[in-house]
Each structure stands twice: as C-alpha cells, then as structure tokens.
Design a protein around this ligand. Structure first.
Ligand SMILES: C[S@@+](CC[C@H](N)C(=O)[O-])C[C@H]1O[C@@H](n2cnc3c(N)ncnc32)[C@H](O)[C@@H]1O
Length: 590
C-alpha cells in the first residue's frame, strides 16, 4: 500500500467517525489539494459561511500591486481589529509582523524543485506567503504543495484567500501549486506521528515535509488535556502548546528537511522543558538562532512581553559533531542592524546535572564568558550546597501572617524579595502592607528555617533590570532570632549537612552578583523567573577561591557595588573579561 493510500484510509476512518457524530461539515475530511487542474473544491462549510455573514468583517481582495505578505498582514490586522483581544489571547493568536515573516522564510536552504511546506497554526497564512515570495524571488520554477493547519473557523476564509492568492501568483510565473487547509487541531489530527513508534525513534508516516515554517500558538495546556496525553513522553509539569507544535513538526519533516519557528525562549532552560530539549536536540540539528534584543515590540499589535527567538534546525539521520551555529541579534522586529556571528555547538548546548540547556550568547564577549565560567569545576551540589525555594506561600499561609513581630518567641521574621538590599538583608522593611512576621506554631513549623548563614536569591527579575541575579547574605550573627520564614519569591542557598561559613556565604553571594555571572546567566535564561534548576547548573570556582573572595568582600564591605565585586572576583580567579559597552559592565546594586 502506498503512503498516500495509508493516508487516505486514515482520513476515511475519521470521516466515518465524524458522520457517526452527526457532524455535517467538511473541513479537513482530507487534506484536499487545490489544484487549478482539479478546479479547487471550496473548503468552507455552512457553519463558516454563517460566521462570516454574522461578523461585520468583509474580506478585502488582494490589490494588484500588493505583495503576498502585505496582503496576509493586512488580513491579520483586520482580523485583530475585528475580534476581541482577550479571546485571541486565549487561542494563542499573535500574528507575525511582515519583516519577521520574510526573515524567517529567508532562512531555508532551498535546493529542490519539488517542495512540500507545512505551516501549523497558520493564522492568515503570512508565513506561507513569505515562503511563496521567497520562491518568486528565486525565479526557479517549482512544484509546490502548501499544507496549512488552523483550528479557528473564523480565520479559515482569510487563510483561504491568502493561499489562493499565493497559488495564482506563483502559477502566473509557471510554478505548479497546490494547497490544503486543515481546520482541525494540529496536534490531535497528527497524533499518529507520535503514536506509531517510540518518540525517540524515526517513524514511518504518510507525509514527510521538506520545510516547516511556524509561529505556533502560545498557551498553557492542562496536563490532562487530550493534546498533553498524546505527547506524554515529552511532558513534565504543565506544558505549553508551542512546545508540542515544535515536537510534532520535528517528527513530520523528512531527513534533511528544515524547520523555522518563532517561539518564546522559555524552552531553552527550566525543568518543564527538560524532556522536550532532550528530544529536540536528538532529532534536530539547530543551525541558526535569532534573538531580539528588545522583547517589547515584536508582537506590538498584541502587547506581548515574551522574549522571543527564531530558531532554525535541520533533521539529521546523524548529528554532525562540532557544527557551528549562527547566532544573530537585532534590536527589534524591523530586523535592521542585524548582527551575526558563529559559535561552536559546545558553547551553546550545555550538558549539566543530566540536563541539557540551550544558551544564547549575544556577542563574542559572551562566548568568552561562557568558556571562562564553564571551566570552573564545581556546581552547588559539588560544594555540598543546595538551593531551595522559600516555603511560605502567602495566600496559603495567610492565617499565620503577622503585621509585626510579637515580643514573645511565638513569631519569627518573614523575609521577602524586597528585604534583599545590596549583598545584605534589611529587616524590618515595610512594603505595600506586606506581613513582617509569621506565627511560630506546630502548623507553621514546616514553613520555618532555623536561623543560620544563608544566601538569599531573588526568584523574579526581568531582562530590563540592571541585573538578573540579586543575591544577599543572611548572617546569623546579625539576625538575633531563632527561626525565620522565607517567602516563596525568594530562593535560598544552604548547606544541608551543617551551615555555610561567613566567608563561604559572602563568596557565593559575591560571585552571583558579578557582571560576569549576570552575563552568563542571561545566555541561559530569558524568563523573568530565576529557576533553581538554572542556579543548580551554574559552575562555581574552587572552594578555596570562594572563601578568599568571601573574606575580601566581607572585610572590605566592597559588596556595596558590583563593579568592585567584578574586580575582586577577577583578581582572585585571574579572569579579566572585557565587557561590551552595551552590557551591564558598570551596573550597580539597586
Ligand atoms: C501565534 S498565531 C500565528 C498565526 C500565523 N502563523 C502568524 O504567524 O501570524 C497561532 C495560530 O494557531 C492557531 N491555533 C491555536 N491552536 C491550534 C491548534 N491546536 N491547531 C491548529 N491551529 C491552532 C491560532 O488560532 C492562531 O491563528
């Protein structure tokens, strides 16, 4: 049986299921190819035509001189103005700006004349339109099949208009073009690509794509959702749908095929994406990463504050060792002042503690920093230390929170992020009526720590802040209480078997507060969260050097200013990295 026959059978089966549920509509009963020779069967069913008639949205025709991307972008704008932003957000609908679409399409290496392109989560088809413009600009005649998945019925008529325009325009130049629109859930409709064999093995499937271009939806899925169940092997904690789109696409391309995705950067680090990263790097050779320096205006129409990257990868039977990755950066979505440089894979893919992280240096000095810090021999675990998250979750512990410390021993100080000031702890410190203390009782005992020397690290900072890491020492000798509560937005570093010495604590806090570690951390993590997994993966120098740094810092009180810390750490470790002017080389503690 041919691959296509298998495919047709699969859909016949689905058609039967659908009619048995009395669903009298036709979107995607099969991937119906629109060939001019066939005449192009109209996809829209009555349900969708009704939607169109109900909505006030008239779909404008493409103007004669208008480019395909311009037209798709015009329709995205129209759709965005017509439908409620909240509703669009729930569906993960953030449309790709024109310049970004064109840039994404420019990344493919197109060497064949018979091409099958997949655009999952197609919206109005702006990415497919950009691919078609790329084909037009190449000027070579191709045989092209475009497959687009979009599960919002309101978008399908717009998508169809754009794909029809692509077809007409390309066929005018002698190309042969067919397109298919599937109005169903991309993940569920293609679960066979996951189901048939073990995820980590190559499975035989009906269609293998040459290229996938996608700006997938971005929203959290319930762990028990049908989509999560289909992709269980990749899931840890609460998955985000964009990760499933990437994984499925990686399974749907042929060997040698390429994917280009624009996604949030969150999958590059953090525990939730651990299994996915492992899967991705086993299946896809990442060749290009583009990062936007400003996260503010990529999806400005939709007020998105996610940090986004464009990632290009190739499916390989066997990975090439030591391949270079091209990193490019641009200030914003206009992609002007595009800078790029090549980095060795070893600098980017960082294997530590049984995990792999994807780091994104944005300059050669970042690469230098990665190499220096990577040469440090220890992790917290190697030093006999652990990092934990503050156990006091205010809304859960609300019955035990107190506005003041009581005079007897029935209460303990409560430390929040705002108590981290410079490299020390300032308590009491009032902020927004936050509780200053917590009850000490049998019920709260599991939430409280014995007062010892700890290093406290803020759990939430943003790219726009001067530094990503803010660490401070809670010094037992300065804190005359028996117990302390640490709020959940603070991580604390401790020695499970014993206690940190004063110099160890100051040494660790000083290293975490340096510009070198700040830059290192930024290559690793683009979230607002400072995950404890990321800190666990950080290299630290030898303990004797940590102690030496801690002693100098403690005695000289020079931790007031991170520039001094940089000098102290550089002197002890013999590292002197020249920071780029654009980096936070002179950042001071807040
Ligand atoms: C981030 S938007 C991108 C749209 C378009 N590709 C672009 O670049 O402008 C993601 C699209 O995926 C669609 N979508 C969401 N969940 C989907 C699913 N499970 N299957 C197919 N499409 C989905 C949304 O309706 C939305 O149009």
């Amino acid at each position: 049986m041919s691959i296509n026959e298998v495919y047709q059978m699969q859909y016949k089966k689905e058609e039967l299921t659908r009619s048995s549920h009395n669903m009298n509509w036709e979107i995607c009963t099969a991937l119906q190819t629109h060939q001019s020779k066939i005449g192009g069967k109209r996809l829209l069913n009555r349900e969708m035509t009704d939607v169109l008639e109900d909505s006030s949205m008239q779909i404008p025709e493409k103007a004669k001189q208008e480019g395909l991307v311009d037209y798709a972008d015009r329709l995205s704008g129209l759709y965005a103005r017509t439908y409620d932003p909240l509703n669009r957000k729930q569906k993960g609908q953030f449309f790709t700006p024109k310049q970004v679409s064109v840039y994404m399409a420019s990344l493919f290496e197109i060497h064949h004349n018979k091409i099958r392109l997949l655009d999952p989560g197609a919206g109005t088809g702006v990415l497919t339109a950009a691919f078609c413009e790329r084909i037009l600009s190449k000027g070579e005649v191709v045989d092209l099949t475009l497959d687009a998945y979009e599960n919002d019925a309101n978008l399908l008529p717009l998508l169809e208009k754009v794909l029809e325009s692509c077809k007409l325009e390309l066929e005018e130049k002698g190309n042969n073009v067919g397109y298919n629109i599937c109005g169903q859930d991309f993940i569920l409709h293609n679960e066979g690509y996951f189901r048939e064999s073990d995820l980590f093995l190559r499975s035989e499937n009906p269609i293998s794509y040459d290229f996938v271009i996608s700006n997938p939806p971005y929203y959290k899925l319930n762990k028990d959702s049908p989509q999560s169940r289909v992709t269980m092997k990749l899931i840890y904690g609460q998955p985000n749908i964009y990760m499933l789109f990437m994984a499925l696409s990686a399974n749907m391309i042929r060997s040698g095929g390429e994917i280009v995705f624009i996604t949030p950067r969150s999958f590059c680090s953090g525990l939730y994406y651990k299994k996915f990263r492992e899967f991705l790097l086993k299946n896809i050779q990442i060749t290009d990463i583009h990062i936007f320096e400003s996260r503010k205006d990529i999806f400005s129409r939709d007020e998105i504050l996610q940090e986004n990257i464009i990632i290009k990868g190739r499916k390989e039977g066997k990975m090439n060792e030591n391949e270079k990755v091209i990193i490019s950066t641009s200030k914003n979505r206009n992609l002007n002042k595009l800078k790029n440089f090549e980095v060795s894979e070893n600098d980017i893919f960082y294997y530590k503690n049984g995990d792999v992280f994807i780091r994104i240096p944005t300059s050669l000095s970042d690469v230098e920093i990665l190499r220096i810090v990577d040469s440090w021999p220890n992790t917290l675990k190697d030093l006999g230390l652990e990092i934990s998250t503050g156990p006091v979750v205010p809304f859960r512990a609300k019955d035990y929170l107190l506005p003041e410390l009581k005079e007897n021993s029935k209460s303990a100080p409560l430390l929040w992020m705002h108590n981290i000031q410079g490299t020390g702890i300032v308590w009491p410190l009032r902020k927004n009526k936050k509780a200053l203390a917590i009850h000490v009782s049998g019920k709260t005992m599991p939430l409280l720590l014995h007062v010892k020397n700890y290093v406290l690290v803020k759990r939430f900072t943003s790219k726009e802040q001067k530094r990503r890491l803010y660490a401070a020492v809670l010094l037992k000798s300065d804190f005359p209480y028996k117990r302390v509560g640490i709020e959940n937005h603070v991580n604390y570093i401790h020695k499970p078997k014993g206690a940190l010495s004063v110099y160890e604590a100051f040494g660790i806090a000083a290293i975490l507060n340096t510009t070198v570690i700040d830059n290192y951390f930024r290559t690793l993590n683009g979230n607002t969260q400072v995950n404890s997994t990321d800190i666990r993966s950080l290299p630290f120098p030898q303990i004797k050097d940590i102690i030496k740094i801690g002693e100098i810092v403690y005695k000289s009180q020079s931790y007031e200013n991170s520039l001094n810390l940089d000098i102290i750490v550089a002197e002890i470790l013999g590292t002197n990295v020249k920071m780029e002017k654009t980096k936070k080389g002179v950042a001071k503690d807040e």
